[in-house]
Design a protein around this ligand. Structure first.
Ligand SMILES: NC(=O)c1ccc[n+]([C@@H]2O[C@H](COP(=O)([O-])OP(=O)(O)OC[C@H]3O[C@@H](n4cnc5c(N)ncnc54)[C@H](OP(=O)(O)O)[C@@H]3O)[C@@H](O)[C@H]2O)c1
Length: 361
């Protein structure tokens, strides 16, 4: 079994300065690893300072390395002698930063670039790929329970004209889902052919929890929409269905557990989602939780349109339903309660000065 420990050499993280990437770095440092944090711009203190500040707080250490997914061979140097690579980075569409074609091409070409550097290193035993629940979720009836056996491409390749690379520019988030399916499959195939390492995926749903830098606000992200409710504005994202919430600390911890696990094998996927129904809630339930935690603030709730949905259907669309049972059983992952995720997201956004809460009259 090619499991590793901190005695087998350094580990590298791509996208290390990002919201999830930083928590992956923390989880690895807690376990004593020397972490090579790969980021695109060593000259931007908003992306480097929170990482450098981690040194001295944990058993392991972190060093910073410049690399870009779009530059061939960029990861050859940081991956040399590494026993594991955790590939978190990708070109995201947040706030229109990249169009759907750039998101797709960036993910597919960037992951291939990273895999080629893994092969060149020759020392890597485990490759953990941060995919997404977007690679699992497909159209299904209200209440359908997703597992790792589901693929976003199920039934779509034949029946859904929008699942088509030619239409990707009009497809919006479809390009992201197609990219995550393609890159997961590519990583698993690549590792199987190489034989020297195993590629395992994580598929997070709605990630919330402490922000460790102001750059983790990410305009258009789940945390950004939650932050707006603290200023009294209605929650405009995903209000027609459930928010299936996983803690960003659990996403980091699961990945650290995966490089050390005897159970994981090439091709495995782990959906990182709510532990149970308590983490599958709609925007009005999120508002109720936040009102209890922050009684002095005027918290925003459902937007116009919500009441009509409830009147017609009795509840929002019951999706996505997905529990992280496999990660808990295989990896022994212990998850944070949903109240903790909501409180920490809100409190760190306030502490970082990203939002000014609306006080009650
Ligand atoms: N947040 C969620 O709810 C969620 C849910 C499911 C899956 N995911 C996945 O989780 C991963 C991390 O997302 P996040 O939410 O943490 O967003 P994020 O903070 O924006 O992280 C994305 C990272 O990708 C890096 N990146 C972008 N373009 C790059 C390039 N050309 N070369 C190298 N690195 C590049 C960025 O690094 P620099 O800062 O160095 O440019 C950034 O740190 C992504 O793969 C995403 O698909 C996120």
């Amino acid at each position: 079994m090619p499991r590793v420990t901190h005695r087998d050499g350094p580990v590298a993280v791509t996208g290390a300065s990002g919201y999830i990437g930083t928590h992956v770095v923390v989880a690895l440092m807690k376990r004593g690893y020397d972490v090579r944090a790969c980021l695109t711009d060593l000259g931007n203190p908003e992306k480097t300072d929170h990482l450098s500040a981690l040194n001295g707080s944990y058993e392991g250490s972190v060093s910073l390395h410049q690399a870009n997914l779009l530059d061939d061979g960029s990861y050859d140097a940081p991956f040399a002698e590494c026993c594991a690579v955790l590939h978190v980075g990708t070109a995201m569409g947040y706030g229109g930063a990249n169009n759907p074609r750039q998101v797709y091409d960036g993910a597919v070409n960037g992951t291939d670039n990273v895999l080629r550097s893994v092969k060149k290193a020759g020392s890597v035993k485990r490759f953990i790929y941060t995919s997404s629940f977007a690679a699992i979720s497909h159209p299904a009836k209200s209440g359908y329970r997703f597992t790792e056996a589901d693929w976003a491409s199920d039934g779509r390749q034949e029946n859904d004209p929008s699942w088509n690379l030619d239409n990707i520019d009009e497809g919006g988030e479809m390009g992201y889902a197609m990219a995550k399916v393609e890159t997961e499959r590519h990583a698993h195939r690549f590792a199987a052919e190489d034989g020297g390492f195993e590629a395992i995926s994580v598929n997070p749903v709605v990630v919330l929890g402490p922000l460790l830098s102001a750059v983790h606000e990410l305009v258009g992200s789940w945390q950004w929409f939650l932050g707006r409710t603290l200023t009294g504005k209605p929650n405009q994202r995903g209000w027609q269905h459930l928010w299936n919430i996983v803690d960003v600390r659990d996403v980091g911890e699961a990945q650290a557990l995966m490089i050390e696990s005897d159970v994981c094998q090439n091709g495995d996927r782990y959906q990182l989602s709510a532990t149970d129904e308590s983490g599958e809630i709609d925007v009005v339930q999120i508002q109720a939780h936040l009102e209890k935690m922050f009684p002095d603030y005027d918290i925003g709730g459902a937007p116009d349109g919500y009441a009509a949905v409830i009147e017609k259907h009795g509840a929002v669309f019951q999706a996505p339903i997905a529990h992280c049972d496999k990660a808990r059983v295989d990896l022994g992952l212990e998850t944070h309660p949903v109240t903790d995720k909501l409180r920490e997201t809100a409190q760190t956004m306030i502490d970082l000065g990203l939002v000014t809460p609306k006080q009650k009259d």
